[in-house]
Design a protein around this ligand. Sequence first.
Ligand SMILES: Nc1ncnc2c1ncn2[C@@H]1O[C@H](COP(=O)(O)OP(=O)(O)OP(=O)(O)O)[C@@H](O)[C@H]1O
Ligand SMILES: [Mg+2]
Length: 347
Amino acid sequence: MSEIVFIGMDLGTSRTSITTSTGVRTTVWSYVGYPKDHVAKKKMGGRDIIYGEEALQNRLALNMFRPLAGSSIKRKGTKDTAETKKAIKDLLDYVVSLAKAPKDATIYAIIGAPAEASVEGKATILEAAAESIDSVIVTSEPFCVAYGLGFLDDTLVVDIGAGTTDLCRLHGTMPQPEDQRTHEIAGDAIDTLFASLIKEKYPEAQFSINMVRQFKEKYSSVSTKMDEAVVEMPVAGKPTKFNVTELVYKAAYSIVPPTVAALQDLIATYDPEFQAKMRNHILLGGGGCQIKGLGLAIEKALEEYGGGKVVTVEEPQYAGSNGALKVALDMPEHFWKEFKSQRPGAG
Ligand SMILES: Nc1ncnc2c1ncn2[C@@H]1O[C@H](COP(=O)(O)OP(=O)(O)OP(=O)(O)O)[C@@H](O)[C@H]1O
Ligand SMILES: [Mg+2]
């Protein structure tokens, strides 16, 4: 029998990370680009598909896709176009290739998806993975995060990504739909709000959404004692400094009220005997949990509802994929057999 390679994958709107049983741990920005014409293709060394950060840097020469954003995987009720499906498939094929599995290995993967992933979303993932993975199980992403850290009892996980903030209540079993909430105020929404605040206050400044995201990743804070955020943006081509402290605070804080409302809802609808335990065990993950002071700000906002304790995961980038790998390694063999794909050749 051939070797089995297990992959834990966090298929994210902005980044896709894998942790594998072969010891690979890597992350790729979830961008796929196709050269616009033959000149672009020559510039890209004759390649037909460019991935990740390289695609972003060469975006002017490429037809760009950030295929998870707004796809059925991230948003219920969406119908994926053939182009989106192809870009998701190309991204998955590429990410799986990074696992460097032997050619004849059998590949089993757990792919984390938003807590409330729709039937269409799961179908899109399974279709995209059919040629690169032998058996795929799509699992709630926040569940993977908690499983990886061994927090399975009376825990609330909040995964703040780019496209969505996913919340999930854990109580020792696989979470059910009623244990999960998703809202769309996450990293991208903060970027959009931050950009509009900059435009309003400094109409002369020139910037792209990419620059705004970089400013946010450097300075975002919801702490009352935050550092000054001074950034450089061109004005009619001339580099100029702007103070955006208040603006980045306001944009980052926009995530707090909807997250606290969702947390409170998950707590209030839980068994009353265990509510206190749950509210004192809130776990923040996802790239957005790196907003400075976020845990404290959520604790403060929860005070009027009876308080809570928030801890932030240590490795936001890999907490999801590490956990997914752990789920994969603990999954009984017969489950994998049930989800066999049509992958040709291996296995
Ligand atoms: N230091 C930071 N401060 C604030 N936000 C950050 C920081 N680092 C990354 N982010 C934001 O985190 C988001 C990405 O998080 P993550 O990689 O968990 O998302 P994702 O899994 O790709 O998205 P989703 O879960 O919505 O599909 C982006 O919006 C990014 O700008
Ligand atoms: Mg995510």
